[in-house]
Design a binder for this molecule. Structure first.
Ligand SMILES: O=P(O)(O)OC[C@H]1O[C@@H](O)[C@H](O)[C@@H](O)[C@@H]1O
Length: 302
């Protein structure tokens, strides 16, 4: 979309304005952002990575965690909100030197549509199309579409299309960072008795007993999960995924966080990640010209 069309669509969407990270967060470098202040919510979205950074329903508290030490720099991951990991999740299995979590989280996406309906519900549509320069990183041509609906809740549709001529292995995650007011009492429910791969123990298969608690580093991959998980804490949230068979639950704990410049021991206990996507045994095999759609809703849990 040209800047002219963006401006036209923004003029029909009174709750959305264009800003940047310098203005909003005082960063030295400027990353383009959309600021939503609607009757339903306040939100901030980065065009780099098509990444929702902040979300707070009216009369509530922030649902997503954005690190106070987040780095806003072109081509760098932004720590917090909902980064999109694709076309692979985690460490690349063929070449561990390739960027972790793929490369679309650090690229500019195309903003293809901005709408706000009469009730003030905002919908943002982004697209990403790989090009020849991406072939050394990922030998398949693909395009992605992400539709983000911001109301009193968050709804995301994620669509991947194989635009090449061979079957495309594609793993991905919506790597959501959720605010917790007390890590010691925060829990994730909905995975009891489920096997997981423990990334802190060389991916040893282990069985989950009861809710997930965060007493030290947690880095777990649950395959073939049910549609819903609940984060209990303040706020309590319900995640409902469709076609997102993998859940990844992560908090680095204090020791690892000390080594992460955009988290540190000062902030590691402010969030947990509960990510949904399709990874490990659930990696998508996308046929030539096939599109696969997944959706994720994040709702207040009652
Ligand atoms: O620092 P990154 O690349 O954003 O990754 C953060 C974490 O992402 C999680 O999804 C992984 O399970 C962790 O192992 C990883 O440390």
């Amino acid at each position: 979309m040209t800047i002219q069309t963006v401006m036209q669509q923004l003029s029909a969407a009174p709750s959305i304005s264009l800003t940047d990270s310098r203005e909003l967060y005082g960063s030295p470098e400027s990353i383009e952002l959309l600021h939503v202040k609607s009757p339903h919510c306040n939100a901030v979205v980065s065009i780099q990575g098509a990444q929702l950074l902040e979300f707070m329903p009216q009369d509530s508290q922030p649902w997503l965690w954005l690190s106070p030490k987040a780095i806003f720099s072109k081509g760098q991951p932004i720590r917090g909100g909902i980064p999109i990991c694709a076309p692979w999740f985690g460490v690349n299995q063929q070449d561990p030197l390739k960027p972790k979590h793929g490369f679309v989280r650090t690229r500019n996406w195309q903003l293809v549509n901005i709408t706000e309906n009469d009730q003030g519900i905002v919908e943002l549509t982004f697209s990403f199309t790989s090009d020849k320069s991406d072939t050394p990183l990922f030998p398949h041509a693909f395009s992605l579409k992400l539709v983000m609906t911001l109301a009193e809740h968050i709804h995301i549709s994620f669509i991947a299309q194989n635009t090449g001529t061979e079957t495309m292995p594609f793993s991905w995650a919506l790597h959501s960072y959720f605010n917790v007011d007390n890590l010691k009492v925060a829990e994730v429910e909905g995975l009891n008795q489920h096997a997981y791969l423990d990334a802190t123990q060389d991916l040893t298969r282990t069985i989950q007993h009861g809710p997930i608690c965060f007493e030290s580093e947690v880095d777990r991959v649950y395959e073939n999960v049910g549609s819903e998980q609940v984060i209990t804490g303040s706020p309590s949230l319900l995640l409902r995924g469709n076609n997102c068979p993998t859940a990844i639950v992560w908090n680095p704990g204090i020791k690892l966080a000390e080594k992460m410049a955009d988290i540190t021991s000062e902030h590691y206990d402010e969030y947990i990640c509960v990510e949904r996507g399709a990874a490990f045994a659930n990696t998508w095999k996308v046929q030539p010209q096939q599109s696969i759609t997944a959706t994720l809703s994040i709702l207040a849990s009652t």
